[in-house]
Write a protein that binds this ligand. Sequence first.
Ligand SMILES: O=C1C[C@@](O)(C(=O)O)C[C@@H](O)[C@@H]1O
Length: 235
Amino acid sequence: MFEEFVLAASTADLSEEPRARDHADAVEFRMDLADAPRDQLASYDGELPLLVTNRASWEGGEADGLARYDALSDAVARDAVAAVDVELAALRGTHPDPAEESHATALRDAARREGVAVVASVHDFESTPEPAALVDLLADAASEGDVGKLATTATAPADALAMLEATHEATVAGHRVATMCMGEPGRHTRAVAPVYGSKIGYAPVDPAEATAPGQYPLATLRTLVDRLRGGEPGA
Ligand SMILES: O=C1C[C@@](O)(C(=O)O)C[C@@H](O)[C@@H]1O
């Protein structure tokens, strides 16, 4: 997974999967935002592979504590699960709680045994650092996972440009990355970053239930990405 671009339909409700099939390559299941996530996974019989995310509260999500790793460990053993998101700060041991690192690396080992891809993720809900710092973050994340994912907040057009430049540089350097800016000035990066090598895009199945600021509706992002990445002229 992730050798080619993957458009992930984000949702906390797996019963929405049939509505995503026409446009998405995978479903990102936001377990931290879901009701009864384990039950939903146990009864999932959709067609699209799942990327499971149980975003920690210290990284902008709603999952508290180390128990989130238990739910993720169960999830990676399921056939439908093709990828798991793990926060880079936990994998790298830069989180103040050392138990985060041991849990995160054990989860990564379990994922690898199951043939499940690991997305090592970084989020900045305040700003977008300079391109060189972005490239360093992407290199770190890509070395910890099968894909290094970076989402930062753009407050001005220059931030979006920095992210695109970093995406290009990291890709040329051989790192497999997924990038996007949150916020209105960065919205277009969701469509354009794949041109420069970004391997994952996220869009909500239900536009009213966006999982990050500035996301396009799913069908819109599919069209934009496909056309910009070499769709037929005029198509
Ligand atoms: O990390 C990401 C990227 C994201 O934050 C976005 O900006 O689209 C959306 C989240 O659901 C996902 O886990």
